[in-house]
Design a protein around this ligand. Structure first.
Ligand SMILES: [Zn+2]
Length: 197
């Protein structure tokens, strides 16, 4: 019962005196799991840690690429690349106003407000261009408060427009942060040692 070790994959560590390895396990339910990579070399352990990137573009063809990254490689210090709402949508913690500020440009919020004023109800809003964005906002709001009353949602969107720059991060700054973070990650990969695992 439980997990059973099936095999190991290994490659040489960067200094060449030891190795780096992963272990694969399976259980009675035919589930598979890979553990590691582990660095088995004191010298390299002092200099590097491993960072792994997982890809699952095609179901059943998941794979990971592992890098030895220098322990003193500087941490990301650019523009923040996610707001409070990016990973979890807990409306109890953050006001919807902030969600709109972090996820929509000021321009698109203005257009959404125009849509609300022009069409009054969800079903009348056309599902194209700014209308699609407006409908998306209504659905999101409904998922939080179980209402799609346009007048109520308009008030929240208006508030987001008026308070747009009072928040620390806006849609544009987050987009800028995302681009900076992507560049940072690419440089980090380029400056690290890709493992043949
Ligand atoms: Zn080594």
């Amino acid at each position: 019962m439980g997990w059973e070790k099936m095999n190991e994959h290994e490659c040489k560590c960067p200094c060449g005196k030891g190795r780096i390895y992963t272990e694969s396990y399976s259980d009675d339910w035919n589930r598979y799991e890979t553990r590691g990579p582990y660095i088995e070399c004191d010298e390299c352990k002092n200099r590097y840690h491993i960072e792994s990137f997982h890809y699952n573009h095609h179901p059943g063809k998941e794979y990971s690429i592992h890098y030895c990254v220098a322990n003193d490689y500087p941490a990301y210090s650019g523009t923040p690349y996610h707001g409070k709402f990016t990973f979890s949508y807990n409306v109890k913690d953050v006001k919807p106003v902030q969600y709109f500020v972090e996820n929509y440009s000021l321009d698109s919020l203005h257009k959404v407000l125009d849509m609300f004023e022009q069409y009054k109800t969800y079903k009348n809003i056309p599902d194209t261009g700014s209308g699609s964005v407006a409908r998306e906002i209504v659905r999101r709001y409904k998922s939080w408060y179980n209402t799609q009353r346009i007048k109520t949602i308009s008030e929240v969107v208006s508030e987001a427009i008026h308070e747009y720059y009072s928040f620390e991060l806006q849609f544009d700054t987050i987009a800028k942060g995302k681009a900076e973070h992507e560049t940072y990650m690419q440089e980090k990969k380029d400056n690290s040692i890709r493992l043949d695992l």
